[in-house]
Design a protein. Structure first.
Lengths: 206, 86
């Protein structure tokens, strides 16, 4: 697939997961050909965001610290994505899913990075524009309500995309998806705790 | 037989078959007694879910603000301090 074609696919599907996530995910999962090239743009955006946020936070005075910071963020994120794909693979084995396709799961899960990326971008921008802490005042209360609403909306959107990844990537029904959480949630919790303790992410970039 | 061949060559027919196959990609969700309720709720989230999500999140935030008060502001501060270190 040509870069321009994959970029058009990426744009169309990115708008699709906002407007019609169910239909977009079903369309992405269906078919014999899985176009993984389209997901490269979301990863480029993630890399660009980590680079710019590291520069904003640390400045350009210490290139060594900047490189370490950037690499830590990148490895933390890559580890999370690989872990999730491995957990999906285990889930597929557990439920004996026929016609298992890791490529399909990779494409579906990659698009679910959009809510995460948007939340991190907004948080980083707010950190610069209106630095915390918020105060117990009218503007502080309004801003907190707006921010928490924004966070909850993106979290719910992320959960929908996560559900759709399991639904179309592994063809699981709701009961099996709920049972699968007994495997996935504890592992993700432990991974998030490791990232927190090692000083990489307070909230995991998953 | 010629009718079938004619249909199979028809672009619209092939598109419709492909769409039907896509729709039948996963079997319909069955939840026993809760299936009718599920079928009523889920379409809201299938078509442009962000509108419903924003509304629900706003309602949840207001309720949380009334219940927890200043704790919610503290939570917003913790989140805004930056999701990642330093």
């Amino acid at each position: 697939m040509r870069p321009i074609t994959s970029f058009v696919f990426f744009l169309r599907n990115s708008f699709g997961i906002i407007k019609e996530p169910y239909h977009t995910y079903r369309h992405l999962a269906h078919g014999d050909k899985i176009f993984t090239q389209q997901t490269i743009y979301i990863y480029l955006l993630v890399i660009f965001f980590f680079l710019s946020s590291s520069i904003i936070r640390l400045g350009m005075e210490n290139p060594y610290l900047l490189t370490v910071r950037f690499n830590l963020l990148l490895f933390g994120t890559a580890g999370g994505i690989i872990l999730m794909l491995f957990l999906f693979y285990l889930t597929g084995k557990l439920w004996q899913v026929g016609n298992f396709s890791l490529l399909r799961l990779t494409v579906l899960w990659s698009y679910s990075l959009w809510p995460t990326l948007l939340w991190f971008i907004a948080t980083a921008l707010l950190y610069r524009l209106i630095p915390p802490p918020r105060t117990w005042s009218v503007p502080g209360g309004i801003l907190s309500i707006i921010f928490i609403t924004y966070s909850l909306t993106l979290l719910s959107w992320k959960l929908i995309l996560y559900y759709l990844t399991l639904r179309f990537g592994l063809k699981l029904d709701l009961a099996r998806i709920c049972l699968t959480q007994l495997l996935i949630v504890p592992v993700v919790f432990i991974y998030s705790f490791i990232l927190y303790k090692s000083g990489i992410f307070r909230i995991p970039f998953i | 037989m010629p009718h079938i061949t004619l249909m199979e060559n028809d672009k619209l027919y092939r598109m419709m078959v492909a769409k039907m196959q896509e729709i039948a990609f996963v079997p319909p969700q069955q939840m026993g007694l809760f299936t009718p309720l599920y079928k009523r709720i889920v379409p809201v989230f299938k078509e442009y879910p962000l509108k419903s999500l924003v509304f629900l999140s706003l309602a949840a935030t207001f309720i949380a603000f009334i219940v927890f008060g200043s704790y919610l502001i503290r939570l917003a501060s913790i989140l805004q301090l930056g999701a990642f270190y330093p």
